[in-house]
Write a protein of this length. Structure first.
Length: 102
């Protein structure tokens, strides 16, 4: 499932609405896999496997705002729903494709 994320201090932050079924799945089995694909070259990607090590309420919507600003430049627009943050520790990763200048 497509999701926004942030890499911070060696961990991955994801955030979801409290009503998402995937939140139940993460609580039952913390193993996760994420992939990021270059939209201009689908062979170029990075994939990681890890586990959720912390699930916390996103009080004040600070985490989702930080993630939304990364993607849109603006705070998250839905303000009337409770949000939950999950922190993922990376166990292993691999990448494939061409390097680009930053």
């Amino acid at each position: 499932m497509p999701t926004w994320y942030r890499y911070e201090n060696g961990r991955i932050l994801v955030n979801m609405d409290e009503g998402r079924k995937r939140l139940d799945h993460l609580r039952n089995d913390p193993r996760v896999s994420l992939s990021a694909i270059d939209p201009e070259d689908w062979i170029t990607h990075v994939s990681l496997q890890g586990r959720v090590v912390e699930i916390v309420d996103d009080e004040g919507l600070d985490d989702i705002d930080r993630i939304a600003r990364h993607y849109t430049g603006k705070p998250y627009y839905v303000r009337d729903r409770k949000r939950i943050s999950a922190w993922i520790e990376i166990d292993r990763w691999h990448a494939w494709g061409r390097l680009k200048d930053a």
